[in-house]
Design a protein around this ligand. Structure first.
Ligand code: AMP
Ligand code: MN
Ligand code: MN
Ligand code: MN
Length: 289
């Protein structure tokens, strides 16, 4: 069975993905996706190389990003689609986050060191990669390389995930700023993976409503690895808030099959697909009514 032709959430080595932008686009094309977006965390660095690769493979690529933001003290992610990567307002929003990531990485390093994990050695490995966007994923991979965890999942469980010393909160700008920067760059803002935040059902609905009120366009309804119930819950959130629906695998690594590009549930016909403005072909992944 072929997967979705649309995948609007993907990561490359410009942030915490394992494939370089051109290799990622080649992989996405191989998976049968015809409209994709590169949405690296807090950067637009991979977009030029990705665009060239998309032209070479004959698939459509939207310039995107995934901004870290804060809502009621929690971190939430805002995907920006069809952004102008040269927008000065967006550049300023990215610069704030890049700086915050570097100082936070040093805090993560120190916290890991204090609890007996090789934080300094991990940070040295990360710095050697030359990344401008240090994430907890980088720490997870470095801890695995140093033998402090068996795999990245366990590194999160033990050191970096919720309630663990390396889960350092960053002072991300708030959601309205993130949406505003995306809109100022001519793009459309999509609330990423709404069910991944630890929020009550009521607070989640308030987040979706507020996201819409500050200028957001859509919400992710089908994400990689989502169960039918989760897709149904996210569909309800979209309909209630008057948000369009987006779909994205959030692929970081081609070795993880549940995040395979295009392997996504179909959007309910009741939800307006956010990609109607970029791909009008009817077979672009909407379930029949
Ligand atoms: P950061 O933005 O630096 O806090 O890092 C967040 C990133 O870590 C996410 O985008 C995921 O790619 C990754 N991540 C978060 N939690 C987990 C987990 N439990 N297992 C594997 N990766 C995770
Ligand atoms: Mn990530
Ligand atoms: Mn995310
Ligand atoms: Mn992501």
């Amino acid at each position: 069975m072929s997967g979705s032709r649309v995948d609007l959430h993907l990561h490359s080595t410009a942030s915490d993905g394992v494939l370089a932008p051109a290799a990622l686009v080649a992989f996405v094309a191989e998976c049968g996706v015809q409209l994709c977006a590169l949405t690296d965390h807090d950067t637009v660095d991979g977009l030029e190389a990705a665009a060239a690769a998309a032209r070479a493979h004959g698939i459509a690529l939207l310039p995107g990003t995934e901004l870290s933001a804060r809502w009621r003290g929690r971190t939430v992610h805002v995907v920006g689609l069809d952004i102008d990567p040269t927008s000065p307002v967006l550049a300023a929003a990215l610069a704030v986050r890049t700086a915050a990531r570097t100082s936070r990485a040093e805090l993560i390093r120190d916290r890991l060191d204090r609890c007996g994990a090789p934080g300094s050695a991990a940070w040295a490995l990360i710095e050697a990669t030359g990344t401008r966007i240090p994430t907890r994923t980088h720490f997870a991979r470095a801890l695995v390389e140093l033998g402090a965890a068996q795999d990245a999942g366990r590194a999160f469980e033990r050191w970096l995930g919720r309630g663990r010393p390396g889960n350092v909160a960053a002072e991300w700008p708030d959601v309205a700023e993130a949406v505003g920067a995306i809109v100022a760059a001519g793009g459309h803002a999509v609330l990423a993976h709404p069910l991944r935040y630890t929020l009550s059902a009521g607070a989640r609905r308030e987040l979706a409503a507020e996201f819409r009120a500050v200028g957001g366009t859509g919400i992710e309804v089908a994400i990689g690895g989502a169960s039918p119930q989760q897709v149904e819950t996210a569909t309800g959130l979209a309909l209630r808030a008057g948000l369009e629906g987006s779909v994205g695998s959030d692929c970081h690594d081609p070795a993880l099959p549940w995040h395979r590009p295009g392997r996504l549930a179909k959007l309910s016909a009741a939800v307006v697909p956010v990609w109607h403005r970029w791909g009008s072909a009817p077979e672009f992944h909407t379930a029949q009514a």
